[in-house]
Design a protein around this ligand. Sequence first.
Ligand code: DAH
Length: 356
Amino acid sequence: MSREPVPGELAEDPKLGELYRELQRDLEAAGSLPAIEDVRVAFLGRKGKITSLLQGIKDLVPEDRKRVGRLGNQLKGYAERALDEKAAAMGDLELEEALRREALDISLPGKCIQRGSRHLLSQIIEEIEDIFIGLGYQVVEGPEVELDYYNFEALNTPEWHPSKSLQDTFYIENPKGDYQDVLLRTQTSPVQVRVMETTPPPLYVISPGKAFRYDVPDATHSPMFHQVEGLVVDEGITLGDLKGTLEYFTKQMFGQERDIRFRPHFFPFTEPSAEVDVSCIICEGKGCRVCKGSGWLEILGCGMVDPNVYKYVGYDEESVSGFAFGMGVERIALLKYAVPDIRYFFDNDLRLLRQF
Ligand code: DAH
């Protein structure tokens, strides 16, 4: 009901005309469905203004009854229509508003779910495992708390070897109360002995895990670090097999364009022994700060298994031969991703970890 002039006959009756305008005003002011309902009750409810008017007709003088009755019913009709129209319009409006309010705004940026990832060192270990699994190796594990026998003695390491000193190895009090034969393994090599003890050749295994040394932490040292050990024992294994295997591994790990070289070295449990260098990943062999100008980076130790080791595990040194190698996981990660400090790996700083 818009603000239109009071229609014809109604306008002639001041009381009804005023009621009409009042209804118009109230309805115009009603801004919600409940407010419109209030107007309906106020005019058409049991005690509403129009209802009361119609109920009062019977008390009027006879000559007014007919006219007021007709006009009153006309007004009632107007009121009903106007209320219904306004309620319907308001209902549409409210529905529209609700739809707008509850609508899904697909242009809003989504909630970002933070996803975790494996630690870089775990990723590198997995990568190394995958390369060797592809060559038919099995992955085995050994204990971090070891006996002197496995960590040193059966690996042909003499009593006087510097790595056996208290300055290098974390010894643990044994049941007898002294510090001689229980220790935190200083390398993953003892797993070689444990595997050979329980498994007859042929053997193609790698063994990743933690190792511990009595070192003060600095950019390149950590008292706990990770190694991956490798061991192959079979009939007729030669130094050529070792070189070919490690060349394949290095190129898989660091890129086909890398060169490797073997430098003679000494390890008690291999003879001959060598250290393996890869051409510098940063300067590609030209010489830089990382490779200290040499163009090469040392990445692992290796050699042909010393026949003395076979004696400890009951292998027949005449019928089998083999090679072994060991590499530092942190060192590989440092080199591959040019991380300047080994301690970053153990700080758990998400700014570093999130990059991998
Ligand atoms: N265990 C040696 C180390 O920690 C690394 C190593 C060298 C492992 C030669 C081997 C090997 O298996 O043959 O420095």
